[in-house]
Design a binder for this molecule. Structure first.
Ligand SMILES: Cc1cc2nc3c(=O)[nH]c(=O)nc-3n(C[C@H](O)[C@H](O)[C@H](O)COP(=O)(O)OP(=O)(O)OC[C@H]3O[C@@H](n4cnc5c(N)ncnc54)[C@H](O)[C@@H]3O)c2cc1C
Ligand SMILES: NC(=O)c1ccc[n+]([C@@H]2O[C@H](COP(=O)([O-])OP(=O)(O)OC[C@H]3O[C@@H](n4cnc5c(N)ncnc54)[C@H](O)[C@@H]3O)[C@@H](O)[C@H]2O)c1
Length: 463
């Protein structure tokens, strides 16, 4: 016999970066709250996204330092990379973060964690296993999964995704990465530094399509200087496995666009974007509208077209970052519980690409500002002119800021350099507080910091 429907004040589907704090906040406010999670508490970021990748990237950076140490007079008598140990450290960090999340949920009164995948059975009901759950307030934080492009032959080869590569048992001899976005760049450089030969294949005309050309080119240049091969404007026409006697290093064969020939590879990583996990939710049973790509449509306060049903994080489309999902939680909870009137409209969307050096980004690019017809000036300072960078020997990249000619407000910035994300955040704070570029130009910063060179960045506008 089917058990009777359980009634809750609120149901949160998915324990991602927005769903988990939201469920806790609602429960602490006295609402009987169910958090439905089909896999691991903490979602993508903690289990297969930011946390594991940034942990492994830190180890790969260490390997690169050791590799480059002799150039700085530090002798290293050979070195090796123990992938198993790197993965074990990654797993221990992930487990620690996930366990902390689980403990936090267990310690929250009025909150029940329900393990299993939820799908809608009616306008305000979801089924998990045999049990139906009902609430007037439902929050969908079910995230995305790696999108696999329709490359002929792809289903016949054992391709890797950003999830499966995290536990790969061997360092690939030759890793071909499909894509030229965040995951491709971070993973490509990570495995190059661990010892793989790496080739990136991007179908667009540049890496990181959203960025300005000078940033794209500087990024490509330092990746190529490390020995990563980059194919732009290239499509894979077909991928196949060599016959079974081929050496493991050449297990795969990729036919490229006419003119680019073919490539052999030991491993293929698909990093061509992410798709929303809406199909398994059966949103048609609630009437919640999606866009043409399956992302949930929301208004500026994150409510869907069905009153009482909200979506937060990657599944609603737009910028897909942990801090955005978390900010979605802030907006929803403050509006519902504190009667605030917060909105996602015009919020800041900072991000950092964790290549080495990093790309820290905030606000408009130069091309976006020009497309909007804004009167702008652009300040550029190569990292070779940054005292701190010269001293530490990390002179790759550039600082760039876009300012409004009349108001002197900073409209956007790209800091491609060591700790670029941290330096970008200084400018983000200035933008949030309305601090103009001439104030930063003349401000006292501690010497010798990377951020100190923001003086010099804006001094370039004097010339
Ligand atoms: C390799 C990689 C690296 C990344 N690095 C960064 C980074 O450095 N910085 C950054 O800001 N962002 C990064 N991101 C993006 C970031 O991980 C996501 O934007 C972030 O996790 C927000 O996700 P979310 O809150 O929307 O949902 P998610 O974290 O994806 O969580 C969704 C949860 O819902 C569960 N779920 C799905 N469907 C159901 C269902 N029907 N029933 C029950 N549960 C369900 C899933 O199991 C999952 O736990 C990275 C992503 C990847 C893949
Ligand atoms: N540091 C971070 O904040 C960080 C790190 C990793 C991931 N993320 C998030 O995860 C999301 C997904 O990352 P991603 O790198 O998979 O997606 P992406 O959208 O950033 O990049 C995908 C790239 O693949 C290319 N592409 C698509 N189909 C292709 C094909 N058939 N052949 C060759 N190239 C193809 C696209 O042109 C694009 O450049 C990002 O948008 C980002 O929001 C963030």
């Amino acid at each position: 016999m089917t058990p009777p429907t359980k009634k809750w004040d609120a149901i949160v589907v998915g324990s991602g970066q927005g769903g988990t704090p939201l469920a806790r906040k609602l429960a602490r406010a006295g609402m009987q709250t169910a958090l439905i999670e089909g896999e691991h508490v903490g979602g993508t970021c903690i289990n297969e996204g930011c946390t594991p990748t940034k942990t492994m990237i830190a180890d790969a950076k260490l390997a690169q330092w050791v590799r480059e140490a002799p150039d700085r007079g530090i002798g290293v008598a050979g070195f090796s990379v123990d992938l198993a140990q790197i993965i074990a450290r990654k797993n221990s960090v992930v487990t620690a973060f996930r366990t902390a999340g689980e403990k936090g949920l267990a310690a929250t009164p009025n909150l029940t964690l329900i393990r299993g995948f939820g799908s809608f059975s009616g306008p305000k009901t979801l089924v998990v296993g045999e049990q139906e759950h009902r609430a007037d307030l439902i929050f969908i934080n079910a995230g995305c999964y790696p999108a696999i492009p329709p490359v002929p032959g792809i289903d016949t080869v054992p391709y890797l995704t950003s999830k499966t590569i995290l536990d790969i048992p061997v360092i690939p001899a030759h890793l071909v990465v499909l894509g030229g976005g965040y995951i491709a760049l971070e993973m490509g450089q990570l495995f190059k530094r661990l010892g793989s030969e790496v080739t990136l294949i991007e179908r667009g005309k540049a890496l990181l399509s959203r960025e300005d050309e000078d940033i794209q080119q500087a990024m490509q240049q330092f990746l190529e200087e490390e020995g990563i091969r980059v194919y732009l404007d290239t499509q894979v026409r077909k991928v196949s496995s060599w016959h079974r006697d081929a050496p493991a290093t050449d297990a795969l064969m990729l036919d490229l666009d006419p003119g680019s020939g073919s490539l052999s590879a030991s491993h293929l990583l698909v990093a061509t974007g992410r798709a929303p996990r809406t199909a398994e939710l059966h949103l048609e049973r609630t009437g919640v509208e999606m866009d043409a790509h399956g992302f949930i449509k929301v208004d500026d306060q994150l409510q869907t077209n069905v009153p009482g049903i909200y979506a937060l994080g990657d599944i609603k489309g737009g910028p897909a970052f942990t801090h955005i999902s978390y900010n979605d939680y802030i907006i929803i909870s403050r509006n519902l519980l504190d009667k605030a009137n917060m909105s996602i409209k015009d919020r800041q969307v900072p991000y950092t690409v964790f290549t080495d050096p990093q790309l820290g980004r905030i606000g408009l690019t130069e091309k976006e500002a020009l497309a909007q017809g804004l009167p702008i000036r652009t300040a550029i300072l190569p990292m070779t002119h940054v005292a701190r960078a010269i001293e530490t020997g990390h002179t790759k990249g550039l600082m760039k800021a876009i300012v409004h000619t009349d108001t002197r407000q900073i409209l956007g910035a790209a800091i491609l350099g060591e700790e670029g994300g941290e330096v970008m955040t200084v400018l983000q704070m200035a933008m949030a507080g309305g601090i103009t570029y001439d104030t930063i130009r003349d401000m006292v910063f501690a010497h010798p910091l990377y951020a100190e060179s923001l003086n010099n960045l804006f001094l370039t506008l004097e010339r």
